[in-house]
Design a binder for this molecule. Structure first.
Ligand SMILES: Cc1cc2nc3c(=O)[nH]c(=O)nc-3n(C[C@H](O)[C@H](O)[C@H](O)COP(=O)(O)OP(=O)(O)OC[C@H]3O[C@@H](n4cnc5c(N)ncnc54)[C@H](O)[C@@H]3O)c2cc1C
Length: 374
């Protein structure tokens, strides 16, 4: 049986690990469990009204959102992990009309958008009672994903499929016919190596002579433990940076920051709290009552590239070194589908023919070999 090592057990690595063909491959996942974006994330799955002009990214995000229906079935995700909660977009009224038109247009290729409805002030408040009365646009197909819950669920499934897990920081030591990965003084040898380590990919691939265009971005969000009955509350995407994500157990997330200069720092900051609470106060009926609830922080490091687009694929064209990163702020939406596509390519051994170009630019746009690998 061939051996595959996956470095990085975030949303891409774990989805890949589960979708690999375990009759063909013995799979090991290595993760250092620090700064992971997936566990820290906000959980919004609603890419359709993005103003980004990158068509490849949009196709990936659209197909990634549609793929959730399959994920729910394949992994038995319950409503605590993934719920098609619907999304409310709260913007000035004139912009809502334009967004409703855009949604109708996008629905032609993405029926999973569901019902598109402009809500009156009263209807908005009825849908999400924390908000003060204000008009909004409701998209019934939007969803919310608990990144942490998703990874736990996949780990349970993976363990049943005999996937091995190692906690520690991996270093890729050398490359010959097999890959040699060192972790906790242990040597792991494998035929195929997959590097799905978020921004950690840069350091991991450097010893192999690759330069990777990927930067760390700190993201913080606030998590309020509330007694509210939130089961059927939608996610609210508010004008500006603040979003409000209610989870089924009463947890309400508020976030997130995008801090480009903080690099790998994972310290929760008072500035982030002030920025996020100030940004959202104006939308709430009674901000003080929410902000007085028990509060904890979530902090993670996103990976982003110069053009904010993700990359993934076979780095050597030999089917032995796969990489994926740069998912930025929308990786919960695109990550599972990327993991699935990589697994399909590896399972079918069609890496030469596998064409990811409809979804991302060539990897050479992001990863430059700086020395000969032969
Ligand atoms: C605050 C915040 C809010 C977000 N909100 C949303 C949202 O609402 N919707 C959305 O779609 N996306 C959101 N995102 C983005 C999304 O979470 C990420 O894009 C996605 O989770 C990235 O997944 P990944 O698997 O590439 O990386 P990660 O989840 O970061 O996983 C990479 C893993 O690699 C491991 N690793 C790195 N280097 C090494 C090494 N040398 N050895 C061993 N392990 C290593 C790390 O420990 C980590 O676990 C948010 C992100 C943040 C931070």
């Amino acid at each position: 049986m061939k051996k595959i090592t996956i470095i990085g057990g975030g949303i891409i690595g774990m989805t890949l690990a589960v979708y690999l063909d375990h009759t063909q491959y013995e799979v090991t996942v290595i993760d250092q469990l620090t700064g992971q974006a997936t566990s820290a994330s906000a959980g919004i799955i609603s890419p359709w009204l993005s103003k980004r002009r990158n068509k490849k990214w949009y196709r990936l995000a659209q197909d990634g959102a549609a793929f959730f229906e399959r994920l729910v079935q394949d992994f038995g995700l319950d409503q605590k992990i993934y719920a098609p909660s619907g999304t409310l977009i709260v913007q000035p009224e004139a912009q809502l009309l334009a967004l409703a038109e855009l949604a109708a247009l996008r629905k032609e290729t993405a029926p999973e958008i569901g019902e598109i409805k402009l809500l009156t002030s009263l209807e908005t408040k009825q849908a999400l009672p924390l908000l003060k009365p204000q008009p909004s646009l409701s998209i019934s197909g939007g969803g919310r994903l608990d990144g942490r819950g998703y990874l736990l669920r996949l780990k349970t499934i993976a363990q049943k499929k005999k996937v091995k897990f190692i906690e520690g920081t991996a270093v890729i030591q050398q490359q010959s016919d097999t890959w040699h990965v060192k972790v906790n003084e242990q040597s792991i040898f494998s035929d195929i190596l997959c590097v799905t380590a978020g921004p950690g990919i840069q350091q991991l691939l450097a010893p192999l002579g690759y330069q990777v265009d990927v930067r760390p971005q700190k993201g913080q969000l606030l998590s309020f433990a509330t007694p509210f009955r939130t089961d059927d509350w939608p996610v609210a995407m508010l004008a500006g940076e603040g979003d409000l994500i209610p989870f089924a157990d009463g947890t309400i997330l508020l976030g997130a920051t995008h801090e480009n200069n903080a690099k790998w720092d994972l310290t929760p900051t008072e500035e982030a709290k002030l920025q996020l609470t100030a940004g959202i106060s104006g939308f709430l009926q009674d901000p003080d009552s929410l902000f007085s609830m028990p509060l904890s922080y979530r902090v993670g490091t996103r990976a982003y590239t110069a053009d904010f687009a993700p990359f993934f694929g076979d780095l050597t064209d030999q089917g032995s070194l796969f990489a994926a990163s740069g998912l930025g702020s929308s990786g919960l939406t695109t990550g599972p589908y990327i993991g699935f596509l990589l697994a399909q390519a590896i399972n079918s051994n069609t890496h030469h023919a596998t064409d990811f170009s409809q979804y991302s630019k060539p990897m050479t746009n992001y990863i430059t070999p700086s020395m000969d690998l032969t």
